[in-house]
Design a protein around this ligand. Structure first.
Ligand SMILES: Nc1nc2c(ncn2[C@@H]2O[C@H](COP(=O)(O)OP(=O)(O)OP(=O)(O)O)[C@@H](O)[C@H]2O)c(=O)[nH]1
Ligand SMILES: [Mg+2]
Length: 278
């Protein structure tokens, strides 16, 4: 699997470099015109055809909610958590998931936050919950979970918000919120990352949040800084995680796009049939 960026003074030269490195049948994913040191530069994002096939497979894997054996046994709600650095749009994306019918159909959604340290974090989600009429719980510690699950027993889906704090400290010790998240055993963990970040930063975030065992990427801020759908492709590649949704914009409910269909059609590939989880 190979996807690389090439820069040159002109498209022809950039493409020649891409062909040399990735083969004659290289696929062009993105072309950008930049100004570097006062000179016009063309940047292309190119991939081998097998990379595109692999990407399509990963995107499609992100379409359906998994049912784990213990989930079927315990009959507890499906639990989806969002993790990621501070201010990337976790709470915003979480509320979009809660309110968009295309996310969980008409299933009863409950909210649970582990973000208890930042001033007003609990109030932020609690205000959204009250406005939307959704059950809302706060977990300060894993010990409280039994009672919380009891209170959320009417929900088919529980969305778990987390703080924008590193999951482990410099010594590699697990933070309190990560211990609670692990005790929750979420069915899915979506790692929120802005599409506007440089690939190196995206990779570093993927490594730092690895201890949360993310299952999906949720690209955010696609409405900012001239970001494009091709940037979602780059982000998915750097993280190696399938995205089910892309969060576009600060408004709640705002825009929550199904990622796979949009990315595939932008790449000129078959559009995955739109489906509503119900
Ligand atoms: N332009 C834009 N702004 C966004 C987007 N998502 C969130 N925001 C804004 O960014 C700010 C932070 O969003 P939050 O959803 O609170 O981010 P968070 O990751 O939960 O932040 P912490 O809980 O502090 O770690 C808010 O002002 C949001 O309105 C987005 O996709 N685009
Ligand atoms: Mg938040």
């Amino acid at each position: 699997m190979r996807i690389e960026r090439f820069r040159a003074p002109g498209t022809r030269t950039a493409l020649a470099h891409a062909r040399l490195s990735l083969g004659e049948d290289v696929v062009l994913v993105q072309t950008r015109f930049l100004e570097e040191g006062g000179a016009d530069t063309v940047e292309i994002l190119a991939a081998t055809p097998d990379t595109i096939d692999d990407l399509r497979r990963r995107l499609q894997e992100g379409r359906s909610l998994p049912t784990t054996p213990w989930l079927a046994k315990s009959r507890r709600p499906t639990v989806v958590s969002i993790v990621g650095p501070s201010g990337v749009g976790k709470t915003t994306a979480l509320m979009k998931m809660a309110l968009h019918e295309s996310a969980f159909g008409r299933k009863r959604v409950g909210l649970l936050t582990l973000d208890t340290e930042k001033v007003a974090a609990v109030e932020q989600l609690s205000a959204y919950a009250e406005l939307s009429g959704l059950p809302f719980e706060v977990a300060y510690h894993a010990d409280e979970l039994k009672e919380i699950w009891y209170r959320l027993r009417g929900c088919a889906v529980v969305l778990v918000d987390t703080p924008g704090r590193l999951p482990t400290n410099a010594e590699g010790e697990t933070s309190n919120w990560l211990s609670t998240l692990r005790a929750i055993r979420p069915d899915e963990v979506h790692l929120a990352v802005p599409v506007t970040l440089r690939p190196e930063c995206v990779r570093a975030i993927g490594e730092q949040w690895g201890p949360c065992w993310p299952t999906h990427a949720i690209p955010t801020r696609i409405d900012e800084g001239g970001a494009a759908w091709e940037d979602v492709v780059g982000l998915v590649h750097e993280l190696g995680l399938p995205p089910r949704w892309v969060s576009a914009g600060p408004e709640v409910p705002g825009v929550l796009e199904p990622a796979a269909a949009r990315i595939l059609s932008d790449l000129g590939l078959d559009v995955v049939r739109e489906e509503v989880t119900s």
